[in-house]
Design a protein around this ligand. Structure first.
Ligand code: ZN
Length: 320
C-alpha cells in the first residue's frame, strides 16, 4: 500500500505518524508521462523520489496514439500526469483536458516561451510540437517538470532543483556536442530528408534544411507529387543520404531512394533516427541523452561530417 499524498500530509500535520525508513520509501510520488522523453525528464528530476511510468514505449507514434484502458487507470491513480501539449497527443487531447479537472495534469510545453517556438505550417494558432529535438529547448521543459513536481511535493523541492540543475548541465554538454559534430558537415550537404517533419527545430538551430515527406504530423499521407518533388531535389542537389525514423513507417523513404535510383542517382539510407520516440528501454538510446546523441552522430557521419564512432560519450550501440 502506498500512502496517498493527502493522507501523508494529514498524518504528518497531526504528528500521529512518524515517517521513517520503509514507510517513507513507499511514499514515492507517482508520475505518469505520455512520451518516453517526458518520462526521462521526470526520472532525471525526480530521482529516487518518484516512480515514473511512460505510456508510449519505443517506436510508438505520439501523433496517433490513443490511451488504452490501462493507461486511463494509471493516469487516474497517479499523483501527477505529464503530457507534452502543442497538439502532439492529438488523439488524447480531449481525454487529458477532461482529466485536468480532476487532478494534477500538466502539459510540459505550456510554460515555454512562445517566441522560441516554430509556428505550425497547417494551423495559424498552433506550434510545431517537436521541441525535444534541441537540448537547449528541452532544458526549458525540464524547468517545467521541476516546478510541477516541486508544487506537488514542496518537501522534496531542494532535491528536485538539484537534480534538474545536474541534468541541465548534461543537456548543455549535449547541445555543445551536437553543434560541434554538425558543424563538420559540409555546407552543401546540410539537407535532412526524413519521413515526417519532426526535425524543423533541429534544422533551425543547427543550420540544416529539413524536408519531410509527410507533414508535421504523421497523420497526413505522403502524396506521389511530394515524393516526385523530393526525388527531383535529391537528384538536382546531389544529396547522398536520407533517413528513416523509428516511429514512422519507412515505406515512403524507400520510394525516394528507388525513385532516385531510377534516375541514376544513388541515395543511401543514412541510418535510423529517433524522431518521436526514444530507443529500447534499458539501453543508452532509450534515454533522452542517448536519443539525441544518436541522432547528431548518425546525421554527421552519414552526410560527410565527422563524429566519434560511438558518439559523445562512447556509449552508443555499435553498428547503429
Ligand atoms: Zn512527429
Amino acid at each position: 500500500m502506498r500512502f496517498s499524498r493527502r493522507g501523508f500530509l494529514a498524518a504528518s500535520a497531526a504528528g500521529a505518524v512518524t515517517l521513517a525508513g520503509p514507510a517513507f520509501a513507499l511514499d514515492k510520488l507517482t508520475v505518469v508521462a505520455t512520451t518516453g522523453m517526458i518520462a526521462d525528464a521526470a526520472r532525471q528530476v525526480g530521482g529516487d523520489l518518484v516512480e515514473v511510468q511512460s505510456l508510449m514505449g519505443p517506436g510508438v507514434d505520439p501523433h496517433s496514439y490513443r490511451q488504452t484502458r490501462s493507461d486511463i487507470v494509471a493516469m487516474t491513480r497517479a499523483d501527477v500526469v505529464l503530457w507534452h501539449g502543442l497538439y502532439l497527443e492529438a488523439q488524447m487531447e480531449e481525454f487529458l483536458h477532461k482529466l485536468e479537472k480532476r487532478g494534477t495534469v500538466y502539459a510540459v510545453t505550456d510554460g515555454l516561451d512562445r517566441g522560441k517556438l516554430r509556428s505550425h505550417p497547417d494551423y495559424d494558432d498552433k506550434f510545431d510540437p517537436h521541441v525535444w529535438m534541441v537540448p537547449d529547448l528541452w532544458t526549458g521543459v525540464v524547468d517545467q517538470v521541476r516546478d510541477v513536481l516541486s508544487d506537488v511535493r514542496p518537501d522534496m523541492k531542494d532535491a528536485f532543483h538539484a537534480n534538474a540543475a545536474a541534468f541541465q548541465k548534461e543537456l548543455g554538454d549535449l547541445q555543445a556536442y551536437a553543434e560541434r559534430v554538425i558543424a563538420t558537415v559540409p555546407q552543401e550537404s546540410r539537407v535532412l530528408v526524413t519521413a515526417h517533419d519532426a526535425f524543423s527545430y533541429f534544422g533551425r538551430d543547427f543550420g540544416f534544411e529539413v524536408m519531410g515527406i509527410q507533414g508535421i504530423s504523421t497523420q497526413s499521407e505522403a502524396g506521389l507529387n511530394r515524393i516526385g518533388a523530393l526525388v527531383d531535389i535529391l537528384v538536382e542537389r546531389n544529396i547522398g543520404a536520407v533517413f528513416v525514423e523509428s516511429s514512422v513507417s519507412d515505406r515512403s523513404i524507400r520510394a525516394l531512394t528507388e525513385g532516385a535510383a531510377a534516375r541514376g542517382h544513388e541515395v543511401i539510407i543514412g541510418g535510423e533516427l529517433f524522431s518521436d520516440a526514444m530507443g529500447r528501454d534499458g539501453t543508452y538510446e532509450g534515454t533522452y541523452l542517448g536519443m539525441i546523441d544518436h541522432n547528431a552522430t548518425v546525421i554527421a557521419q552519414a552526410l560527410g561530417g565527422e563524429a566519434p564512432a560511438r558518439g559523445m560519450a562512447g556509449k552508443l550501440s555499435a553498428g547503429f
